[in-house]
Design a protein around this ligand. Structure first.
Ligand code: ATP
Ligand code: MG
Length: 392
């Protein structure tokens, strides 16, 4: 795991910083995930070099968060985020520190981090710097605030949601004092921007222990201050790798006003469209799916709707074959495959254009999908004459 490209790149950055006389370590999620034998997505480096010093050492750098001390360093093995050791001065609004202060001490940098498991540093020689017992907490699978939990959540209310998101992601428990502090400070989550909340929920939905996570969200009182109804009990057995499926399921649990709820979390139009399709497919399943549904929804949408229906034990006729097989057998798979178009209808009927053209094409498609008609010009023409002659 530590042999992958991201780690190689981080090691090479550390080596060069050390050669220039600075101290540098790997910090945060990558160290935690390495100890858990989980793949990490970002391998972040922290250093006592200031951002200016970092920029002077490497040929290629990009300022990505210079005000927080973060520089992206590009080495041949890849990009690495390098952040100067810092403390987070005074917090305002329970959100962000007013100003960060660069420091030369690793311990101070680790102290500002949220949880003990996220406050471990690793040196290039493989040794750990662990002032707050993070290694032991990882072994015991507990999430514990660094320092006084209540103070840490007062500084930054998002940390409460992070605690629960991590517990769902890693299937960890939350240490008692830390959990009590969440209960005490739950109302402060209202100070946090929706986008940041969404980013945490994105990760919660795909967690191994999402049901337990949502139970904790409810028990701690956080859901009372978050938009939407969470219905913890309904998440029992829910499991997905796809965060959008989490949002679709959350939407389903909202009932009629799901749109307003999802809008609050700033889902994109594309994401909303997917959710809309899944919910419509779910509704349609109550009456049973026909070829029309296998035609109009994607496999992914139908599979999501079917998964939700099974989870919620919907009283419905479930398809007896894999959805993909049913779709593969459709007599027509795309509208463009229709051998007759609107222009043909106008020419054959001699009538003026109007909404009837679209409606007729739809009827035609339905008839073909249900094997009442073949997708053949002559047959369709005959069928049109039979079906529409009486309308003159
Ligand atoms: P993930 O695997 O989800 O990325 P992560 O631990 O890497 O988890 P990040 O949000 O990428 O989480 O943050 C990187 C590190 O920065 C954390 O491990 C933690 O040390 C610190 N950190 C992040 N957010 C906060 C916060 N709100 N308060 C204190 N420290 C934080
Ligand atoms: Mg990370």
């Amino acid at each position: 795991m530590q042999n992958n490209k991201e780690w190689q790149a981080a090691y090479s950055v550390i080596e060069q910083l050390e050669q220039a006389g600075f101290e540098a370590v790997i910090v945060g999620g990558a160290v935690r995930d390495a100890l858990l034998d989980r793949p990490a997505h970002d391998v972040d480096v922290a250093t006592n070099a200031t951002p200016e010093e970092v920029k002077s050492i490497f040929q290629r750098t990009i300022d990505i968060g210079i005000q927080h001390g973060t520089v992206l360093v590009i080495v041949p093995t890849g990009p690495v985020e390098v952040t100067t050791y810092r403390t987070d001065g005074e917090y305002i609004d329970h959100r962000r520190p007013e100003k960060v202060q660069f420091v030369r001490s690793l311990q101070e940098d680790l102290q500002r981090r949220d949880f003990t498991m996220n406050a471990i540093a690793m040196r290039r020689d493989g040794s750990f710097v662990d002032y707050y017992g993070g290694g032991q907490d990882i072994e015991m699978r507990v999430i514990r605030a660094v320092g006084n939990a209540q103070e840490r959540f007062t500084e930054d209310a998002l940390r409460m949601l992070r605690a629960i998101r991590f517990s769902a992601q890693l299937d960890f428990t939350i240490e008692a004092t830390t959990l009590t502090a969440i209960k005490n400070k739950a109302a402060d989550i209202a100070f946090i921007a929706r986008e940041r909340i969404k980013a945490e929920l994105d990760k919660l939905w795909v967690g191994n222990a999402v049901f337990g996570g949502i139970q904790k969200l409810e028990e701690s009182g956080l859901t009372a201050n978050l938009t939407g109804d969470f219905h913890a009990e309904q998440w029992r057995g829910f499991h997905t790798q796809d965060k959008l499926l989490g949002w679709a399921y959350f939407a389903l649990l909202q009932g009629a006003n799901w749109r307003e709820v999802l809008r609050e979390y700033r889902l994109s139009n594309k994401e909303m469209a997917f959710v809309q399709s899944v919910l419509s497919a779910y509704e349609a399943l109550k009456e049973g799916w026909t070829n029309t549904h296998y035609f109009m929804y994607t496999t992914q949408e139908l599979e999501a709707a079917l998964y939700f229906a099974k989870l919620l034990q919907l009283d419905a006729q479930f398809p007896q074959q894999p959805i993909q097989e049913l779709q593969a057998k459709l007599p027509i798979k795309h509208k463009q495959e229709l051998v007759v178009n609107g222009a043909d209808l106008l020419k054959w009927s001699g009538k003026k254009g109007g909404p009837w053209v679209k409606a007729t094409l739809e009827d035609m498609l339905t008839a073909i999908l249900h094997y009442e008609l073949q997708n053949d010009r002559q047959q369709i023409r005959n069928w049109l004459e039979q079906h529409y002659s009486h309308e003159g």
